[in-house]
Design a protein around this ligand. Structure first.
Ligand SMILES: Nc1ncnc2c1ncn2[C@@H]1O[C@H](COP(=O)(O)OP(=O)(O)OP(=O)(O)O)[C@@H](O)[C@H]1O
Ligand SMILES: [Mg+2]
Length: 385
């Protein structure tokens, strides 16, 4: 499968009073079109900072200080991709909640308490549809040839060339769209009910009239997912989106992700503590430790043949057959990222530590086919074979 998203040596630091928190230390990962990539690791290892850096929503005192975030969204940019770190903020705004949408753990933060559920889902549809609409209107205008239409054409072209919000503001002022507006709203309402229904929420017609406080946590999280999906994203990023929910609802939502990946979205980047979720949902997995990605492999390969000492420790800490446990802590402490250990950040806890591990930072190497590991010990074992 071709690549959809790639980070190359991503570096993000936080400038705090205690010192510089070196949160991401050259994180490189690839998410393919049509696949689900799971990112796992203990609390504080940098999973959220990774996806926030990808979306460029790192807040003060954080800074993305190195690397690339390349997306291959359209046929046009399939070859070289677009480096998001080089794009304008306006470009990012038009991408977020559109081609790429993101769901966080806490649904209350994502929902507006004063707006009905139906309206919130509809708005997401409308935003997307208006953008498509400007292209449709332009095509129609181009078919007509008189001076007045030329003028309109020019206006629509200006609108179409502008990103996100500005485009919508221009479009709202233009006469032709007004006629479409009513039709659009009706359509958005219909599709909101449809998607809420698809997400397994009973009585969608009633639910759209309600407000967030009327709904349970699980319901709210599904609505957040409905909003994220309403714009037909190519990539859905879910940061612990199901961790707050009880096991049955979590299972339903994950099942939903699997189905949705097939018919709506192209790829999912899933962050979770839960190895069971990874085993059931993901095609490929990346294991993070203290700001480094230490191992990436297809899901079966990772579970059957874990190579990095940290991954092995993680998997050993989980009861073999159930896998339903959260990641257990393993011996030793997670390093402080203000003064991380030199060399491999895992070396103080590693049972196989060698001299080089204390000095040099190991690069990711392909040890088996499509199985990448950043570890001198694993490399050496391979050479010895
Ligand atoms: N605003 C901030 N200021 C200072 N340090 C931060 C900030 N945000 C994150 N960090 C640091 O960056 C590191 C990575 O944090 P991150 O939130 O990505 O961890 P995580 O893997 O998502 O953990 P969890 O599983 O608990 O969500 C941590 O050491 C954290 O302390
Ligand atoms: Mg997190």
């Amino acid at each position: 499968m071709p690549k959809l998203l790639e980070t190359v040596d991503l570096v993000t630091n936080f400038y705090t009073y205690e010192g510089v928190v070196k949160a991401l230390n050259k994180v490189s990962l690839v998410v393919d079109h049509g696949s689900t990539f799971g990112l796992v690791g203990e609390s504080g290892c940098g999973k959220s900072v990774t996806v926030r850096s990808i979306m460029r929503i790192i807040q003060e005192p954080g800074r993305i200080e190195g690397g690339k975030v390349i997306v291959y969204l359209d046929e046009r940019d399939r070859l070289d991709g677009i480096d998001l770190l080089k794009q304008s903020e306006a470009y990012m705004e038009s991408l977020r909640g559109d081609r790429i949408s993101m769901i966080f753990q806490e649904p209350n933060a994502a929902l507006n308490p004063t707006m009905s559920i139906g309206r919130q889902v509809s708005e997401s549809f409308l935003f997307h549809q208006k953008k498509e609409m400007s292209a449709e209107i332009l095509a129609r205008l181009e078919a007509l040839r008189n001076p007045f239409n030329r003028l309109l054409q020019a206006l629509y072209r200006i609108a179409a060339d502008n990103p996100g919000d500005i485009r919508l503001r221009i479009l709202d002022k233009l006469p032709l769209l007004k006629l479409w507006q009513k039709r659009l709203k009706k359509e958005a309402h219909r599709r909101s009910i449809e998607i809420i229904d698809k997400l397994g929420i009973p009585d969608a017609k009633q639910v759209v009239k309600q407000y967030p406080h009327n709904l349970s946590g699980g319901m709210k999280q599904r609505i957040v997912i409905a909003i994220a999906l309403a714009c037909n994203p190519v990539l859905l990023i879910a940061d612990e989106a199901t961790s707050n929910l009880d096991v049955t609802i979590q299972a339903q939502i994950l099942d939903l992700f699997r189905r949705l990946k097939e018919d709506v979205i192209s790829s999912i980047l899933l962050i979770t503590h839960d190895l069971g979720v990874v085993a059931e949902t993901c095609d490929r997995v990346g294991v993070m430790y203290a700001g480094n990605l230490c191992e990436v492999a297809d899901v079966e390969e990772l579970f059957e043949n874990p190579l990095h000492p940290y991954t092995r420790a993680l998997l050993e800490a989980v009861p073999k057959f159930t896998m339903e446990e959260e990641l257990q802590s393993i011996e030793g402490n997670v390093p402080n990222l203000v003064t991380p250990p030199p060399g491999c950040r895992f070396h103080p806890r590693c049972p196989h530590v060698m001299d080089v591990c204390r000095r040099e930072f190991p690069a990711m190497k392909e040890i088996n086919k499509d199985h990448l590991v950043a570890c001198y010990w694993v490399e050496q074992k391979k050479e010895d074979r």
